[in-house]
Design a protein around this ligand. Structure first.
Ligand code: C5P
Length: 220
């Protein structure tokens, strides 16, 4: 897979004009955009549908973490929206996540729609975290048969070794600590550790030349 196709851009901006421009400019090179709580709270499902209509895939990062019934119904809504993937918190536990995966599979079968990939968030990359704790959470993801894990680059290698079936999505891509992200790594280090996808927001979206910033980020 070419590196561009493994880059997911986080659209955490407050201006819809800027969001549209970012999708237009980077959409020539990449397939996937992340809609998280910033954009979703501001513009709702409309922004997700708009990106899907442009033939792009949406990674819906709302980090569901609730009682099983609520998580399951939220996952049905994500599937109806047509997203490529959505996130849940692994701390929700094996029982809740296994139930969610099973219910979502039968919902999508009944509806004859594509099942979105379920990605489990381990520990936020803005916090320090022990490898043991992240591995324990990854095991929850593996046992509940979800599709992948969101983790920092330094943890990706061990997770791939233990649970090769899990896809790995890695945020915190930086050349140095420059904001709230703590467990950071360059794009090439993240890929070398087994990340299938990297998620990048500010280093690209806040740059005056986003195409150039993305090209440079991928070359490091
Ligand atoms: O701007 P930045 O490159 O830090 O964007 C990273 C994105 O990845 C943000 O939207 C953030 O919410 C998300 N994310 C993260 N760490 C996680 C899970 C998601 O930074 N563990």
């Amino acid at each position: 897979m070419k590196q561009w196709k493994r880059l997911i851009i986080a659209l955490d901006m407050e201006s819809e004009l800027r969001l549209n421009k970012t999708v237009r400019l980077l959409g020539r090179k990449i397939d996937k955009f992340k809609i998280g709580s910033v954009a979703f709270t501001r513009w709702g499902p409309r922004v997700v549908k708009k990106i899907c209509r442009q033939g792009k895939e949406v990674f819906l990062d709302l980090k569901f973490y609730d009682i099983p019934h609520t998580m399951i119904k939220a996952s049905f809504a994500a599937a109806d929206l047509g997203v490529w993937s959505f996130t849940v918190h692994l701390s929700a536990g094996r029982e809740a996540l296994e139930a969610l995966r099973e219910e979502l599979e039968s919902f999508c079968r009944r509806r004859k729609i594509r099942r979105p990939l379920i990605m489990g968030v381990s520990e936020l990359t803005s916090k320090k975290a022990s490898l043991m704790r992240v591995l324990k959470l990854a095991e929850v993801g593996f046992l509940s048969k979800i599709d992948g894990i969101v983790c920092a680059a330094p943890e990706a290698k061990k997770i791939k070794e233990h649970f090769p079936v899990l896809k790995i999505v890695t945020p915190g891509i930086r050349t140095k600590v420059s904001d709230d992200q703590q467990r950071i790594a360059t794009a090439s280090f993240a890929f070398s550790q087994g990340a299938d996808y990297i998620v990048v927001g500010r280093p690209i979206t806040e740059s005056p030349n986003i195409l150039k910033a993305a090209t440079e980020l991928l070359s490091r």
